[in-house]
Design a protein. Structure first.
Ligand code: XMP
Length: 519
């Protein structure tokens, strides 16, 4: 599906920083449409007239080598306002004749404080007496380029903010996009509204109507099929498309038997009864369990579940005639990650399961209405489509489901034990108002038994592992610090209510080095 290009946008050139996505989010949060583009793709643009501002991201490369990444020279001469961040600042300095040095003395990592040298539009309402910013750089600009002036310094680097007001070109050595930079959003506000003079136009609710119209114009009277999982992405996709084409949308829910307790049947009811969607529930739990018998290797499990899912979905789809489109809940981060600046995909740590293999095999066109949005934007869209809160704010759940949370052998009994434990954990989080503070929480079952004592008897039962992490996008994560009273009570609640568990442990590793899921 081709989306109409927004007229006014800010382009963020991704030089490979870990936090480029955050720049796009900050700009969008301020009501301005932004897109991330690679240095390679910006060379392919034929016209620049809808670019109202350019932000050059940070990145691991250095301009001190002979060959370095840049953007077409003419973009520096077009009068388009430019803000360079970290590597972006160094690139600006290089292009305009400054000097940059890799330097042990000037490198800064972590917190730094700014010292004001000149007033600037970029730093209006930002620079305070002791302004904290977040640094992460080895190279530093050591000589100002011609016609630039310094706006602020830090203790270790003199040229921390520089500007050429006439050309509207600005550079900052620190990272205003990260939350550790105090009031960093003000830098973007000033750049967008005082320097680029862009108007606030982007808001998710206005996008809803556009999306619905575009789906209608693309699909016309054809049929669309969608795998509905009950997660927020596929649910929002289904509601959006349903608004556009109603009964021509067919939703299929494949119950692998590896979902959380009651989740699938409840979701089915919500979509069938409340939203009146054309939805079919296919119960395949026995089939999945059979195929997974005695399979303990994580990747094998993932492959079996993924392939079987596609097979079942395909078989169901064949029961309908003339389907032309497959709808998927692809999000903007998925798109960015598959075309990172270095061209290298984020290394495949685990084979993620989705229905991406389908269109080729089934000759379907892809419909991906959420591919411009971040998860939190999808949730705003979900809200405005009336999606129930229990689905709209649900934690992410992996495609292979509990299959990768039951370490070792997967049996019907173990699935049941885990479903009960997870149900208690999640409900307690909701009751204690902790659920929304956590990116993702779940219970897992370890493949070892340990000894316990309950009443007067000795027990020899399973270990339940609890995991709860905070994260922005699942790429990095921190374990959640529970209040002591919560952690004190949760193991008793689980052990007292779930037969088969006599020990509960809490996972305190971050990502990296661990991953969010265990397999
Ligand atoms: P990891 O375990 O790689 O997880 O740190 C990061 C995020 O991705 C989710 N995840 C998956 N999602 N299919 C999915 O749709 C998968 O196979 C899959 N594996 C992991 C995980 O739950 C977390 O949110």
């Amino acid at each position: 599906m081709q989306f109409q290009n927004e007229k006014e946008k800010v382009l963020i050139v991704d030089f490979g920083s870990q936090v480029t996505k955050l720049i796009a989010r900050r700009v969008r949060e301020l009501g301005v449409f932004s897109e991330i583009i690679t240095p390679k793709n910006i060379r392919k643009l034929k016209k620049y007239n809808n670019i109202k501002g350019l932000i050059l991201s940070g990145g691991p490369s250095t301009v001190t080598k002979k060959k370095f990444q840049s953007i077409p020279d003419e973009l520096f001469k077009k009068g388009i306002p430019i803000l360079g961040i970290c590597y972006g600042l160094q690139l600006i300095a290089k292009v305009f004749g400054g000097s940059i040095k890799p330097s042990k003395k000037n490198r800064e990592f972590g917190r730094a404080f700014l010292i004001k040298k000149n007033t600037s539009l970029l730093t209006k309402n930002f620079l305070k007496t002791k302004q904290t910013v977040w640094m992460s750089h080895e190279d530093a600009v050591v000589k100002l380029p011609k016609n630039f002036r310094v706006v602020a310094s830090s203790k270790d680097s003199k040229l921390t903010i520089i500007e050429n007001e006439n050309k509207k070109i600005y550079g900052v050595q620190f990272h205003p996009e990260v939350t550790h930079t105090e009031n960093g959003k003000q830098i973007f506000k000033n750049f967008l509204f005082l320097i680029c003079k862009i108007k606030k136009k982007w808001n998710i609710n206005s996008q809803k109507t556009r999306l619905i119209n575009e789906i209608r114009n693309t699909v016309k009277t054809e049929k669309v099929i969608c795998a509905l999982s009950g997660g927020v992405d596929s649910s929002v996709v289904a509601l959006l498309i349903n608004k556009a084409i109603k009964r021509n949308l067919i939703c299929i829910m494949v119950d692998t038997g590896l979902m959380r307790k009651n989740e699938f049947k409840d979701t089915y009811k919500i979509f069938k009864k409340r939203y009146n969607l054309n939805v079919k529930l296919v119960d395949c739990s026995k089939l999945f369990l059979n195929k997974l018998k005695n399979i303990t290797h994580p990747e094998k499990k993932r492959k079996i579940i993924g392939n079987l899912f596609i097979k079942v979905f395909e078989k169901e789809a064949k029961k309908y005639n003339n389907i032309k489109f497959l709808a998927q809940g692809t999000l903007y981060p998925d798109i960015i990650e598959s075309r990172s600046s270095s061209g290298s995909k984020t290394s495949k740590i685990k084979s993620h399961h989705n229905v991406g293999g389908l269109p080729n095999k089934m000759n379907l066109k892809l419909l991906e209405p959420l591919k411009e949005f971040f998860k939190d934007e999808v949730r705003i869209l979900g809200n405005s489509l009336g999606l129930v809160k229990s689905i709209n704010y649900k934690h992410p759940f992996p495609g292979p489901g509990l299959g990768i949370r039951i370490i070792g052998n997967i049996t019907k009994e173990r699935v049941k034990i885990l479903q009960e434990a997870d149900f208690i954990f999640i409900n307690e989080l909701i009751k204690k108002n902790l659920y929304k503070k956590i990116w993702q929480a779940y219970a897992a079952l370890l493949p070892i038994k340990t000894v316990g004592v309950m009443g007067d008897s000795r027990t020899y039962e399973n270990i339940c592992l609890l995991r709860a992490v905070t994260s922005e996008d699942g790429m990095t994560a921190d374990y959640f610090s529970f209040p002591k009273n919560f952690i004190d009570s949760i193991s008793n609640k689980i052990i007292n209510n779930v037969k088969g568990i006599n020990r509960v442990v809490y996972d305190i590793t971050s990502k990296p080095p661990s991953t969010v899921e265990l397999e």
